[in-house]
Design a protein around this ligand. Structure first.
Ligand code: AMP
Length: 509
């Protein structure tokens, strides 16, 4: 039984020492080089005496960031990737939640690092690369390892205004890659092309499926996603066999007709997740790459990437919805009604997940953890945790699970998971705001902020939000109101506000 993800890396290194494991735009690294580099970084971190503590990495889309993750794991710690493009204020919030043992960055990002002001904890990856490998110390760490220990923490938007750090163990990632490999028959010939940034758990599948199968992973430069034709050329040139991308990334390629001229025929598996894939996007891909298998993957970060999958096995009309399918092996889906009983066939219920893939909870946040991770309400004989996703679904007549809606105010926008409440909290902090309410305009795919104030303050609001929130969380439209409408429960009337946007869309036609 694999207890530590590094076993995959080392096994691949023994079997295929010279094979390219990872590549970015500037270099390629063989399995031997990856193991050696990671051990070097790990030995350097071990000298700092922070074993078992989290290490924050100011991450970029490159091999150095990836090597630092493996190095941190060699040192018996766990990594917390933070995208270097995030506003400094948000990085500080994450650092505050984590209280990390170390913060790693690359010399080229020293300006960002300086602004964090954590001088006693901050270190460059380059400095760690100079370390000698301390085999004895690394072996000692390995001997003390448990599969239940954290491997990484990914931050997701939090409705209380503070992002939540989802803690995922080695065991859950081992379960993930074993079930994926079994379900999709991956092997050492697999070539993955990584789309998702490293602080987004979609990338976890690329990284760990690569080392589990001794395959190869290319880190696609971010700039390619605004040039979909070049992107397809890149996949073709590198003979990519599998992409596991956010649904929104497939959407970009379809919108800009990226496959019209270049069709990467080496692609065998086209997998997507994160939100409902519009049927016209699927049709476009299928029409251009009919040789590939298409798989809809579903699941939140808290259950380690995905808990269900649906291999597209029939044709769908433009007005049909793709099912999210059935649970992976070693995972169970419970569909619960409002009385916490199993939903009747065809009835909509909350999608709850059970199995080894469940995260360990939210870092340093017992309250949020206990709300979402709780005892299976169907029995009380022994400890049996489920994760309540907040997603609503139902089984269709074929016995496939179908995603219906969200229970709360969480949305997906440009591929990102966002709690609208988190934006509202930041707006409400502003002195001149009396009240505000964020709604999502599904039709135009825009975050709309309604605010009540002494007058219009659009510029000030956006200036303040840009300092604190990632770009994708800043409202796309702001509407000043003298009075925000309230409903009969004295709550802001979101239904009415949404309806107003709907009526506008209707008038535009
Ligand atoms: P994240 O934790 O960022 O991966 O977001 C997880 C949420 O994205 C889920 O709880 C769902 O609301 C949504 N989601 C993920 N995959 C799918 C899918 N295939 N279809 C519909 N919604 C999805």
């Amino acid at each position: 039984m694999v207890c530590n993800v590094l076993e995959y890396l080392e096994q691949a290194g023994e079997k295929y020492p010279d094979k390219c494991a990872f590549a970015d735009t500037t270099k390629r690294m063989s399995y031997t080089e990856v193991v050696d580099t990671a051990r070097r970084i790990g030995s350097g971190i071990l000298k700092r005496g922070i074993q078992g503590r989290p290490v924050v990495v100011i991450a970029d889309r490159d091999l150095e960031s990836l090597m630092s993750f493996f190095g941190i794991v060699y040192a018996g710690s766990f990594y917390v990737p933070v995208d270097k493009a995030l506003p400094v204020e948000r990085m500080k919030t994450i650092i505050q939640v984590m209280d990390p043992g170390l913060i790693l960055y690359q010399g080229k990002d020293s300006k960002v690092a300086e602004q964090l002001g954590e001088t006693d904890k901050i270190l460059t990856i380059e400095e760690l690369l100079e370390s000698d490998i301390d085999h004895e110390a690394l072996e000692q760490v390995r001997a003390e390892h448990l599969s239940t220990l954290p491997l990484y923490i990914m931050f997701t938007s939090g409705s209380t205004g503070v992002p939540k750090g989802v803690v995922v163990s080695h065991g859950s990632v081992v379960d993930l890659v074993e079930q994926f490999t079994r379900s999709f028959c991956f092997d050492e010939n697999e070539i993955f092309a990584n789309q998702a940034p490293f602080d987004f758990d979609v990338s976890v599948k690329d990284i760990y499926l690569t080392i589990k199968n001794a395959g190869t992973m290319y880190i696609i430069p971010k700039s390619m996603f605004i040039m979909p034709k070049k992107l397809m050329q890149y996949l073709e040139e590198n003979k990519v066999t599998t992409i596991i991308w956010a649904a929104s990334a497939l959407g970009v390629v379809a919108t800009f007709k990226g496959l019209d001229k270049i069709k990467p025929l080496t692609l065998k598996n086209i997998m997507f997740s994160g939100e409902v894939l519009p049927m016209k996007v699927l049709h476009y891909w299928q029409a251009n790459l009919s040789q590939a298998a298409y798989v809809n993957l579903y699941g939140p970060t808290e259950i380690t990437c995905n808990c269900t999958y649906y291999k597209v096995d029939r044709e769908f009309a433009i007005d049909e919805v793709l099912p999210i399918g059935n649970a992976f092996f070693n995972t169970e889906i419970l569909l619960l009604d409002e009385n916490n009983q199993k939903a009747a066939p065809g009835q909509v219920g909350e999608i709850c997940v059970r199995g080894e893939s469940l995260a360990l909870g939210y870092y340093n946040n017992r309250e949020a953890t206990e709300k979402a991770f709780c005892q299976n309400p169907l029995h009380d004989f022994y400890r049996d945790m489920i994760y309540r996703t907040g997603d609503m679904g139902f089984y269709n007549e074929k016995g496939e699970l179908v995603f219906a809606s969200r229970k709360d105010h969480q949305i997906k926008h440009m591929g990102h998971r966002i709690e609208l409440a988190e934006i509202e909290i930041q707006v409400n902090i502003l002195e001149f705001i009396k009240k505000c309410c964020c709604v999502y305009d599904d039709k135009r795919e825009k975050i709309v902020l309604f605010y009540e104030s002494d007058g219009e303050h659009e510029v000030e609001i956006i200036e303040e939000l840009q300092k604190k929130l990632p770009k994708y969380m800043c409202p796309n439209r702001m509407i000043y109101m003298e009075k925000i409408p309230m409903n009969s429960h004295e709550k802001m009337d979101r239904v009415k506000l949404k309806k107003m946007l709907g009526e506008e869309a209707y008038a535009e036609k």
